[in-house]
Design a binder for this molecule. Structure first.
Ligand code: GLN
Length: 446
């Protein structure tokens, strides 16, 4: 833990992955492991990690990268933080993100500008950009992120590491600051597939405090790392290599798919024709849920409160006006509009129907195939400031990750190679609760 803290002190002034480094708390936790010794089931004993700063941590400032939560110290730990502590892992701090996880570049953070681990002139991706950069740069062996529309997989792809969005319900969301509750999942970012499986082992499982938590056995995910993928049936959607996908990214991922064939997998092209409607449906549904979830930030209960206010209503208005950034306000407005009486049928209901179609289309594929493979993102990491002027361009970046959240499926991003020295991500998508299959295939390629 001390070595990790020293390493962060050297690297992070430039990388800017951490919002808060929990030096004293981390050393105390590590000492507990030393003093108490390691129980047989403490598979992560003494291993340092970082948590995305939208996971609440007891007594440790938790900001969701928003001004409105500045100074907020939660009174409890998120379920995943509790579970990691039980497994012996040591939390060394809180990692940067887009404000309330809304974004794809980590640039909407109120606090800092995290760099891509491979090229400091490029964005790290987002919203879990701090988590991905910290792991890729070797600051921590693993980190936790959250993924609502791609926020674990896309930064993992842009930083050349392994990132899993588990099946919806696999990991408890208790203590995750909610963005869009029907889409959010917490997952691990690691440098290897085996590490990823080990962390999922520790954080997965039923939790009665999350009403959408699944009552499902948690297998030992490391047991599936056999290297054998002979006979597995892999579907490659034509749409995932279509318009807007960089040719060099497509070629790199197709080479990875050839390797899978060489290892004995059966590969066939399929069609997922509703893919192109995913982004539009997501921004209606996700923003609607966000507008509701973010009502609680009123200047009374948490963090920042505006000064010099004239009345209670003025306190709410001033706090929210000064406390939220532009992207968050855009989502709140979009969401409240979609949910308003006059627009509900035209927007929210339609988007929910599109979600059903996307789900059905995936299920048709999984009736015949074990997994789906394609690129994680249409591009590699780009320059700071690019895409910031036109949110619609930035939103299209998530076209390949969003459908997976809409359908509640597990998605794993692994590195498939490089374009211009920047990592390319390959995405493996499985049927519900089939994370083991994703790990098995990813491990065979490693
Ligand atoms: N980039 C997407 C958005 O801005 C996804 C974010 C996420 O997964 N948290 O909403």
């Amino acid at each position: 833990t001390q070595a990790t803290l020293d390493n962060i002190a050297v690297r992070d002034p430039e990388l800017e992955a951490f919002i808060t480094v929990a030096k004293d708390q981390a050393l105390a936790q590590a000492e507990q492991v030393d003093v108490k010794g390691v129980a047989a089931d403490q598979k992560l004993a003494g291993i340092p990690y970082g948590a995305k700063d939208n996971l609440v941590t007891k007594g440790l400032e938790t900001t969701a990268a928003s001004h409105i939560l500045e100074g907020f110290k939660p009174i409890y730990d998120a379920a995943v933080v509790e579970k990691l502590q039980t497994a012996g892992a040591v939390n060394v701090g809180k990692l940067n993100l887009d404000e309330f996880a809304m974004g794809s570049t980590t640039e909407t953070s109120y606090y800092k500008t995290t760099k891509n681990a491979w090229d400091h002139t490029k964005i790290p991706g987002g919203s879990s950009g701090g988590s991905a950069a910290a792991v890729a740069a070797g600051e921590v062996p693993f980190a936790l992120g959250s993924d609502t529309g791609g926020s674990i997989r896309q930064p993992a792809a842009f930083n050349g590491i392994v990132g899993l969005k588990p099946t919806y319900g696999r990991v408890s969301r208790w203590g995750l600051i909610a963005f869009a509750s029907s889409l959010d999942q917490i997952g691990p970012l690691t440098r290897t597939v085996k590490d990823n499986a080990l962390v999922l082992n520790a954080i997965a499982g039923y939790d009665e405090r999350d009403q959408t938590s699944a009552k499902r056995e948690v297998p030992d995910f490391t047991a599936s790392l056999t290297g054998d993928i002979k006979g597995l049936k892999i579907a490659v959607p034509t749409e995932y290599f279509g318009d807007g996908v960089d040719e060099r990214v497509a070629t790199t991922v197709r080479e990875g798919i050839k390797q899978l064939e060489a290892l004995g997998a059966q590969v066939e092209e399929v069609s997922l024709p509703h893919t192109k409607y995913g982004v539009a449906a997501y921004y209606i549904l996700g923003s609607s849920e966000a507008s509701s979830n973010l009502q609680r930030f009123d200047g009374i209960r948490y963090g920042f409160r505006a000064d010099n206010v004239q009345s209670l209503e003025d306190l709410y208005v001033q706090t929210r006006t000064q406390g939220f950034g532009a992207e968050v306000k855009r989502r709140i407005m979009l969401g409240t509009y979609s949910l308003s009486a006059g627009s509900y049928d035209a927007y929210f209901k339609k988007a929910a129907q599109v979600r059903t179609l996307i789900n059905e289309e995936f299920q048709r594929v999984f009736a015949q195939y074990d997994l789906i493979v394609g690129p994680t993102t249409p591009n590699v990491a780009y320059n700071f400031g690019e895409n910031q002027d036109d949110p619609q361009v930035a939103y299209m970046n998530d076209v390949l990750t969003i459908p997976v959240n809409l359908a509640g499926l597990p998605g794993l991003s692994i590195n498939a190679g490089f374009v211009d020295g920047l990592p390319v991500g390959m995405q493996l998508i499985g049927n519900r609760f089939e994370e083991a299959t994703l790990y098995r295939v990813a491990d065979a390629l490693e």
